[in-house]
Write a protein that binds this ligand. Structure first.
Ligand code: FES
Length: 314
């Protein structure tokens, strides 16, 4: 859909808030709190950004766009080039990360721009009266987006600012004090999310009660142990070699087979294709363990093969 920018504001240093509406002020598609949309910029790049506004407000989506330090053109373009009235192509909202509303309560641990998907989930908790707490870890208050909106919620929000608090945030204690039956949600830098997962596991929190969303591929996905393998396309036809230093997606595109993709980092699922045979080496950040074990699909922007040939239903 094509939406128009109707609001721009600096939410914190390096965080741009972008309000999008239908040009005829129509109702926008519903979304689950925690959802994101694909945003296609006029420079040809497509990136995913979380919707921070309330899922009950169908008149607009507010997005929070953090300026990535080594931006390859997505967030840099947004911060430098977007203007009121700019029209952008926006994908349907997709939720790979969301509230489990059957849980007794919700414990959120956000780092930096990772607050964005969590904010719409908090709004949902407030609207429904579900209990929740938030640990919000930032480098400094200057970089902490949405602090004003969180200010009235001091009882539930624990702010850890690196320049005000010595040491690392005590994630383990925060999880330990969580009431029985709550779920844990985390989004932020990879090491912080790894700490959340390991603390939760050490404290006996069930794996299914821990939810996370990665914004960037923090682990190397094209690891040095990559081997060359082949992909065979069942419907299109043809067999292609995938060298050590290229993805399946790169190879197919180079051979004129164009398939959907967006993040190209194993984060969004837009490149997922059915797998007919062969064992995938899943290197994405979004498939569940059950989906990995089932081996029925593969995200071709990052995943590879544990065998000599994969056959794709493409
Ligand atoms: S393009 Fe996003 S997961 Fe592959």
């Amino acid at each position: 859909m094509e939406l128009v920018i109707t609001g721009l504001r600096l939410e914190a240093e390096g965080v741009l808030g972008v309000e999008l509406q239908d040009h005829a002020r129509g109702v926008l598609p519903a979304f689950r709190p925690g959802a994101h949309v694909d945003v296609s910029f006029p420079n040809g790049l497509t990136r995913q950004y979380s919707i921070v506004s309330s899922a009950d407000d169908r008149a607009r989506y507010w997005l929070g766009i953090g300026l990535a330090p080594n931006s390859r053109g997505g967030s840099k373009f947004a911060h430098e080039e977007l203007r009121l009235g700019t029209r952008l192509q926006i994908g349907e909202p997709r939720a790979l990360f969301g509230l489990d509303e059957t849980a007794a309560g919700h414990l959120f641990i956000a780092g930096g721009i990772g607050i964005t998907p969590i904010l719409s989930m908090l709004r949902r908790c407030i609207a429904t009266g579900a209990p929740w707490r938030l640990m919000y870890c930032v480098r400094s208050r200057r970089n902490a987006a949405y602090l004003e909106q969180l200010a009235p919620l001091t009882e539930q929000v624990l702010l850890h600012s690196d320049d005000e608090h010595a040491g690392r945030p005590d994630i383990e204690s925060f999880i330990r004090e969580m009431p029985q039956g709550w779920n844990v949600y985390t989004c932020g830098p990879g090491p912080m999310m790894d700490a959340v997962c390991s603390s939760a596991a050490a404290l006996g929190v069930a794996e299914g009660a821990v939810h996370l969303e990665r914004f960037r591929a923090d682990a190397p996905t094209m690891a040095s142990q990559s081997q060359e393998f082949h992909v065979r396309l069942l419907r299109h036809g043809g067999t292609f070699a995938v060298p050590q230093d290229a993805s399946i997606l790169d190879v197919l595109e180079a051979n004129g087979v164009c398939l959907p993709s967006a993040c190209r980092e194993g984060l969004c699922r837009s490149c997922e294709v059915p797998l007919v045979s062969g064992e995938a080496d899943h290197r994405d950040f979004v498939l569940s363990d059950v989906e990995r074990d089932a081996n029925r699909s593969i995200l071709i922007c990052v995943s590879r093969a544990k065998c000599s040939e994969l056959v794709l239903d493409v």
